[in-house]
Design a protein around this ligand. Structure first.
Ligand code: CS2
Length: 483
């Protein structure tokens, strides 16, 4: 029998609670595959274990695609978890409804300002926040920030939505919701707090004072490798459940969420889903950013230009896999010890995750938005590498591979699109230029930390590797680097 509705999926695959019996307590901004595979999946387990009015209203900020897929299914979707031994599927019931805020932010603001909303969580990607990391405030030149400063009561961007919703709660005499940033940024709660308070100060200084004094912004480390869903995902969902599901997502079995336990209005029983609550989130965040994400960025640039489309292809290519292991070890050596964590075992587990034969994670997808990712993944590690006497070459190699990517050189690959919010600026710095000119331009770029900019030995190493990458096939440069 071919089933037509996800509600008809066999009971055994359904959540262990009646979704309709639980109200909405969370508004989530950024309704992508990652949210569905991570926070929504863990909240589903927490609802099974602990109950409560903790279902999620999912909001997509730009495209209505995700909400159009989910809304007709009452928010239900299939989560496919994949390991070397095969795939399994279950239906997630934690998303109550899905809307898109683009064009009309009112329904989103209304939900955020509702008394029942206790948490507003976010997975919007690094570039969407409009952060100014140098001032720890907001960037008034960021397009969404500029638009929302000009029209704060009809916001489009993250800072504008949070500020306007908090203003409405304050005016209504309601306690503020907790803001839970789930993007791959260091001390993400602290960064977002600084940006929201700065944004609010430009709109209404008294509101900024209230936000600074009352709103909790716990920091989090989130982890689950989740490739973009494709037609193959939907076909696999149909094979596993017997029904068509346009909102299905696929992910690995591994999942980790480390959270600072600061939720004045309460939270779901996430600990029942294995979530780690600790005061030391920044240490976990640095570990994950420098090891998993740092190695990811390195292998994405090197792998994409070496003709390796997937992360698992990279791990099957012995020389580049050796450079992944080298990078993981170097990144681990820049980190302080974390009680209870064995960094060598963590590195080995990461390599095994990258090898997962069930996960088709594109190097080109990870290569996106490098100017927003490199600072916390690669550049931050160099300073600590210097202090600890760690070899900086692995980080110089990663930087050169990214520089090769922004140079748009296609001597050994087909033309590609540079997907980065600073694409224009980066192309002006690097396109068609030689290694020394690219390095000079990069050193002066606003997103390079001053101490790193002054580290001439680092840049000389980058320039040497980049010169090779601009004239020789990437695959040959990798082979030499790995010997
Ligand atoms: C990846 C991350 O696309 C990327 O930049 O490095 O999305 C990575 O897969 C996740 O952080 C894993 O938790």
């Amino acid at each position: 029998m071919r089933l037509t509705s996800i509600a008809q999926v066999p009971d055994a695959l359904h959540p262990g609670y009646d979704p309709a019996g639980h109200g909405v307590g969370i508004v989530h901004l950024g309704l992508g595959a990652f949210h569905k595979a991570h926070q929504a999946a863990l909240t589903d387990l927490a609802l099974t274990a602990g109950g409560g009015d903790w279902r999620i209203l999912g909001v997509s900020l730009r495209s209505p695609k995700a909400s159009q897929e989910l809304a007709p299914q009452n928010g239900l979707f299939t989560l496919i978890e994949k390991g070397a031994e095969g795939s399994s599927a279950r239906v997630i019931g934690s998303i109550a409804d899905a809307i898109c805020s683009a064009g009309d932010p009112e329904p989103t603001l209304h939900a955020m300002a509702a008394e029942g909303t206790k948490i507003v969580s976010l997975t919007v990607t690094e570039k969407a926040y409009g952060l100014n990391r140098a001032t720890l405030g907001c960037d008034p030149k960021h397009p969404a920030v500029a638009a929302d400063l000009a029209n704060p009561q009809a916001p489009q961007g993250v800072l504008g939505l949070l500020t306007e919703a908090l203003r409405r709660r304050h005016a209504a005499g309601l306690a503020p919701f907790t803001v839970l940033c789930c993007d791959n940024l260091p001390e993400n709660g602290t960064l977002l707090r600084g940006a929201v308070v700065d944004f609010a100060r430009k709109v209404d200084p008294a509101l900024a004072d209230w936000i600074a004094a009352t709103v909790a912004f716990p920091s989090t480390m989130v982890d689950r490798i989740t490739p973009a869903a494709t037609d193959a995902t939907l076909a696999e969902a149909q094979a596993l459940t017997g029904t068509e599901d346009h909102a299905a997502v696929e992910t690995e079995r591994f999942v980790q969420w480390v959270v600072e336990d600061n939720f004045p209005l309460g939270r779901p029983a996430w600990e029942a889903a294995g979530v780690i609550f600790t005061k030391d989130v920044p240490a976990f965040e640095a570990m994950k950013l420098r090891m998993l994400n740092g190695a990811h960025s390195m292998l994405a640039y090197a792998g994409f230009h070496a003709g390796l489309p997937l992360v698992r292809d990279v791990m099957a290519h012995a020389p580049l896999a050796a450079l992944v292991h080298r990078h993981l070890a170097a990144a681990a050596a820049t980190l302080p010890a974390i009680p209870g964590i064995d960094l060598a075992a963590y590195a080995a587990a990461l390599a095994a995750r990258f090898e997962n034969p069930g996960i088709a994670h594109e190097t080109f997808q990870i290569a996106m938005d490098g100017s927003e990712k490199m600072p916390q993944r690669i550049f931050a590690a160099v300073e600590d590498a210097r202090t600890r006497g760690v070899d900086i070459r692995p980080f110089a190699f990663a930087t050169a591979a990214w520089a090769r990517h922004i140079s748009m050189a296609t001597h050994d690959c087909t033309p590609y699109e540079l997907r980065d919010p600073r694409a224009k600026e980066l192309r002006t710095m690097a396109e068609g230029k030689e290694a020394d000119a690219i390095v000079t331009a990069l050193r002066a770029a606003s997103f390079i930390p001053a101490a790193l900019s002054a580290d001439m030995a680092f840049w000389t190493t980058v320039e040497g590797i980049l010169a090779e990458m601009l004239f020789e096939p990437m695959i040959d440069v990798i082979a030499r680097e790995a010997t």
